[in-house]
Design a protein around this ligand. Structure first.
Ligand code: IVH
Length: 725
């Protein structure tokens, strides 16, 4: 038997039962001051939005679902305790979004009915509470449909007159990407239904999955080609759906399983389970692992059985979904803004494994932060072989008293790099060595520093540490900045040959320089130069973001660009003027102010101006990027925004939508700024109308995005908890 110790840092401990942890938390909240709570709420919202983006948009999550759910629970609890801070745009009130801002690949279309999420639980007690709550409302006996919770990419298919006419990704729940061409290439999804009795026009929803064998094959191919492997089958499925080459989608070995027909679209069926049986009879792929249960004991048996048995399935599942079966009862129970009241998801705990730490690497990030990473004996975990785990920072290593040679317990959540959650002291070898955190930067040799309130060591040599310079160059070209397709390997080549040291150098690159790089031919060189050239037209808001001013993310950059109109006006702003701008706090104002007082930065801006980049907002900026993304939608605008309300309405119209004044059943969503009209919010809640934040709206119309903002460093699990518990 091995005795696993868990960290006793006063932070998060996976081993403590969630509910026990929760009550400790609650006790802390009671004595927490409102201002502290307010700050924590903002921090949690930022972390959640950031992780939503990493999960849904980048397909590269950095925390496990469990840790994500914990963040949401904490936020929900804080908002409950401090209702003065609750806000309609909190992520507790809306689902994450897989929509990519910037260059749009697929047409976006509104879902006929919003694609919602599910309430999650990790405890049997909460499943019991769910059943008890339903029993209080439903006054007859009823049954539950128990199903597996498939871990893939959500999809909504529309069949009209028996033919597949549309497939939308979940998107942000209101609008999704139209990936019909890709869906038609996936085996098992019928283009035409057979049998009879299907509705004339209906939607059916489910999940696109990448089975483990396809996943392993794809990742091997990617690694052989020097590409980044996918973190897990879910990300691989989601990434594959967004490919432009539908033939390649067909080759990826994806599968589909369908589990939900919105009750409005079902005719002549008594319950959800029977509706899915009917769908199967029309040739649609429906799981045969479903079970009708009539008691909590049967539900528990189903959960226990599949918690073990799922390890033998060829695809990923992450829990069980329990649904009240009767459609009439479902209608009676209805929805919250985010999820149905007639269903709950019980999530399985992440799998764990024991392995040995062989050595530790110290990696420098683009902001200079140094992260220790453990190299371990390879171990099989959740369908894949793992050999590296993040050690977060020096305190993290200390909290376990981790030694090289120790046997550790690792879990793999959503992230590609698993994390260590415990050390087996009983099997520590006599020669286990205490890791020595480097005192100098492993890249440039500069002595590392640590600020008083920070847990991480930093390399302060921002101006000449190669890793940091390369990180900033990569950021400058990134999709949401100058939008030039360029990977780390290219930056390495350009840097190592001395061709680029600062962003303006990209605009001096010559064809012959690129052609001299290993593996570069004429076609790739021309494409790269054309792309650099095209970036001269990228709008001022993106250029401002590309500059990489500390704390100025994409949303802030867009807002500052609109507010000040030009780089000169922004550079001339006093600290007070900056601080008075809504949403700009002292730290950000100081950072922006200092940036424009730094001679090296000013000189670089001058070089970029000379290269022809946009440093002024076009006068018709509000309507410049008009699209039809809001076609057919009626939007109610309420509250205050960075732009005036009239400008926001103009944006709605410019993107094909209709601005209306009152919330009704016809409203597609309520666009809520600061202090939206309480009546409108209440009505939206009653009618199940989606409430959208300014930020989400900006992301939707492609002018801004979620939270690249304030993303100064890779978010690691422990940082996300900010020492709360
Ligand atoms: S029913 C109104 N059933 O899990 C929501 N969802 O975490 C109806 N999911 O958004 C969804 N397996 O994408 C349902 N058997 C299942 C599912 C399932 C996976 C997904 C779905 C949902 C997400 C929530």
């Amino acid at each position: 038997m091995c005795s696993i110790i868990v960290r006793k840092t006063g932070r998060k401990s996976e081993e403590i039962d969630y509910f026990c942890k929760f009550s400790v938390l609650q006790a802390r909240y009671w004595i927490m001051e409102a201002t502290e709570a307010g700050k924590l709420i903002i921090s949690l919202r930022n972390q959640i939005e950031e992780n939503n983006r990493r999960y849904y948009v980048d397909n590269a999550p950095v925390i496990s679902d469990y840790d994500f759910d914990q963040l949401l629970y904490r936020l929900a609890e804080l908002e409950r305790q401090f209702p003065q801070f609750d806000s309609p745009d909190s992520p507790t009130h809306h689902v994450g979004s897989d929509l990519q801002s910037g260059s749009q690949r697929f047409a976006r279309r509104a879902h006929k009915y919003p694609m919602l999420s599910l309430g999650n639980t990790y405890s049997m007690e909460e499943v019991e509470e769910f059943a008890a709550r339903a029993a209080r409302i439903i006054d007859t006996s009823f049954t539950y449909s128990c199903e597996l919770k498939f871990d893939g990419a959500g999809i909504s298919l529309t069949y009209r007159h028996g033919r597949l006419v549309q497939a939308l990704t979940r998107g942000d729940g209101v609008v999704g990407d139209d990936v019909t061409v890709n869906i038609r290439k996936i085996k098992g999804i019928p283009h035409t239904l057979h049998g009879s009795g299907y509705p004339d026009d209906f939607e059916i929803r489910g999940e696109i999955l990448m089975p483990f064998d396809s996943f392993d094959r794809l990742n091997k191919e990617r690694e052989d080609a020097g590409e980044e492997p996918f973190a897990n089958p879910r990300n691989a499925a989601s990434g594959s759906l967004k490919l432009l080459d539908s033939e390649e989608v067909g080759r990826r070995g994806l599968m589909c399983t369908l589990y939900h027909i919105p009750s409005q679209d079902i005719t002549g069926q008594e319950g959800h389970y029977q509706a899915l049986d009917a769908a199967a009879s029309w040739g649609l792929p429906v799981s045969d692992k479903r079970k009708l249960c009539s008691s909590i004991e049967e539900i528990k048996d189903y959960i226990t059985y599949w918690d073990t048995e799922r390890k033998l399935l060829p695809y990923a599942t992450d829990g069980v979904v329990i649904k009240i079966n009767s459609l009439e009862h479902q209608r009676e129970l209805g929805y919250t803004a985010k999820s149905p009241r007639w269903a709950v998801a019980y999530k399985f705990k992440a799998e764990e494994a024991l392995t040995k730490v062989l050595s530790i690497d110290y990696q420098v990030g683009r902001t200079g932060a140094v992260t220790p990473v453990a190299n371990m004996e390879p171990v099989f975990l959740s369908g894949t072989m793992v050999k590296r785990a993040t050690l977060v920072n020096e305190d993290f290593i200390r909290s376990f008293d981790l030694r090289i040679g120790d046997t550790v317990k690792v879990v793999k959540g959503g992230e590609i790099i698993p994390k260590i959650i415990g050390v087996d002291l009983s099997s520590r070898p006599a020669d286990a060595s205490v890791p020595v955190f480097p005192s100098v930067c492993p890249d440039c040799g500069t002595p590392l520093i640590k600020e008083a309130d920070q847990a991480r060591w930093y390399c302060p040599n921002a101006s000449s540490c190669p890793t940091q310079i390369k990180g900033r160059l990569l950021h400058f070209l990134s999709r949401k900045a100058m939008n030039v397709l360029c990977g780390e390997a290219t930056i390495d080549q350009l840097y190592d040959r001395g061709f680029v040291r600062r962003p303006s150098d990209f605009y001096q690159l010559q064809m012959r320089q690129l052609m001299s790089l290993e593996g570069w031919k004429e076609k790739a060189s021309t494409r790269f130069l054309n792309s650099i050239d095209a970036s001269r037209k990228v709008g001022f808001d993106h250029v401002l973001f590309a500059l990489g001013i500390r704390y100025v993310g994409q949303t802030t950059a867009a807002m500052l660009a609109v507010k000040f109109g030009s780089i000169d006006a922004l550079a001339a702003a006093s600290y007070e003027e900056l601080k008075d701008v809504e949403d700009i706090g002292e730290t950000m104002a100081r950072s922006i102010y200092d940036y424009f007082r730094n001679e090296a930065e000013i000189a670089e801006i001058e070089r970029l101006k000379a290269a022809g980049l946009q440093f002024e907002m076009k006068s018709d900026a509000a309507t410049e990027k008009a699209s039809d993304v809001l076609a057919g939608m009626t939007v109610v605008v309420s509250g205050t925004f960075a732009l005036s309300r009239d400008e926001m309405k103009a944006l709605v119209t410019a993107h094909g939508g209709k601005a209306a004044s009152g919330v009704s059943g016809k409203t597609s969503f309520l666009l809520a700024g600061e202090k939206p009209g309480p009546e409108k919010v209440k009505k939206a809640g009653e009618l199940g109308v989606r409430i959208m934040s300014e930020e989400e709206f900006m992301a939707l119309i492609g002018k801004g995005n979620n939270k690249e903002d304030n993303k100064e460093e890779e978010a690691f699990p422990e940082d996300l908890f900010g020492g709360m518990i």
